[in-house]
Design a protein around this ligand. Structure first.
Ligand code: F6R
Length: 368
């Protein structure tokens, strides 16, 4: 049932091109209109929305952090992202013109479910992004976008995460279409790029050998850092979470711009630091990350750099280069996360851990 793989997790990592393709399937018709048929909130209501609050836990929360960048950029609707376990015990400002978006692979996470009930008591509209048909969270929501990842058996979320990202992009584009903040041809360009993603994710998997080699080299490291900016920041958080939960290695993800506000004190001789470099573009982001890399390298870190093909600016400061396909900044998490998933899976395997059932963890956290 593992299809020749040693772990469900590894199988699920390799299913990601298919999972992403399936989640995109049938959303975009030939005359260029985006339809999300499980949305049971009228277009008129969606035009009234003046605030979006994304609520989730763990890896799904990181998908929400990526969603914020895309949704605000495309729709100009203010978007907050909050951990469900925090939201449910707060006195949040939500109401009938708030769209609460919950993200849950299992659809059964207790904290997320309680957060939905808390939001609905205050008349917020709730849209669930979920991978499990008929689970509790979509049943208690006004609308659902299903991710079509297929069953995820490994405790650590992989294809669940990538398909959640796709659903968030689709939601952002749909809102932009309904509210007229993006023109049809702009939406078409982004949809076209999304449709290329399964092939690009496959390309990352086909070239994964250097990441497997890296895992054996780093198996005895006591601590690893991950840095990113913009949508690379949630990717860094996800890379760190995967390493903690599977390899039981201390790992932290930071926004690279925060380095000098504290974390740079951690940089020590030979400390492995993974850095996600944004695509080379018109903005400053790329160059800022390069200078962050120089800062940690100058203090002795061993730098593992995830960077797009053809970008040689960072090469002098990289101990290890992991090449990513060229994509636009907002979509980069779909390709940049994959090597980090493989790295954690492989490192945990080399350490002899049970990758599918890490200690102390459950697949659905149905208790608080
Ligand atoms: C990490 C992981 C967890 C889940 C979290 C939320 O690999 O799998 O952090 O993402 O427990 O679960 P769902 O998405 O089912 O609500």
């Amino acid at each position: 049932e593992k299809g020749g793989f040693d772990w469900f997790m590894r199988k699920e990592i390799y299913e990601q091109p298919r999972a992403v393709a399936d989640t995109l399937l049938g959303r975009y018709d030939s005359d260029g209109a985006l339809t999300l048929d499980e949305i049971r909130i009228s277009e008129a209501e969606l035009r009234q929305i003046d605030k979006i609050v994304v609520i989730a836990c763990g890896t799904s929360f990181y998908a929400g952090l990526v969603a914020k960048y895309a949704i605000e950029h495309w729709t100009r609707i203010p978007c907050e992202v909050e951990l469900a376990s925090e939201f449910r015990y707060r006195d949040p400002i939500v109401g009938p013109t708030t769209l609460v978006v919950t993200i849950s692979q299992s659809g059964e996470t207790a904290d997320t479910l309680m957060a939905i009930r808390h939001a609905r008591e205050q008349k917020a509209r709730v849209l669930a992004i979920c991978n499990t048909n008929g689970s509790t969270i979509p049943r208690e929501s006004d609308a659902v976008i299903y991710t079509h990842a297929g069953p995820e058996v490994g405790v650590a979320s992989t294809k669940g995460f990538l398909t959640q990202l796709v659903a968030c992009y689709l939601l952002g584009l749909y809102l932009a279409q309904v509210r007229g903040t993006k023109y049809g041809d702009e939406i078409a360009t982004i949809m076209h790029e999304l449709e290329q993603m399964p092939a690009l994710i496959q390309q990352v998997l086909d070239g994964i050998q250097p990441v497997l080699d890296l895992a054996s080299e780093f198996a005895d490291e006591p601590s690893v850092l991950f840095l990113g900016r913009h949508v690379g920041y949630p990717v860094a958080l996800e890379g760190a979470l995967k390493l903690k939960e599977l390899a039981y290695i201390h790992a932290e993800g930071f926004a690279a711009g925060e380095l000098k506000h504290g974390p740079i004190a951690l940089i020590d001789h030979q400390l492995p630091v993974f850095v996600v470099v944004p695509p080379q573009g018109r903005d400053m982001l790329h160059d800022k990350v390069i200078s962050n890399i120089q800062e940690v390298r100058a203090r002795g870190a061993k730098t593992v750099i995830l960077v797009e093909e053809g970008d040689e600016e960072v090469t002098p400061y990289a101990d290890v280069l992991i090449r990513l396909p060229r994509v636009s900044t907002l979509l980069q998490p779909l390709v940049a996360t994959v090597p980090l998933q493989v790295f954690a899976c492989e490192l945990a395997t080399r350490k002899g851990h049970d990758v599918d059932q890490p200690r102390n963890l459950a697949k659905s956290v149905t208790v608080e």
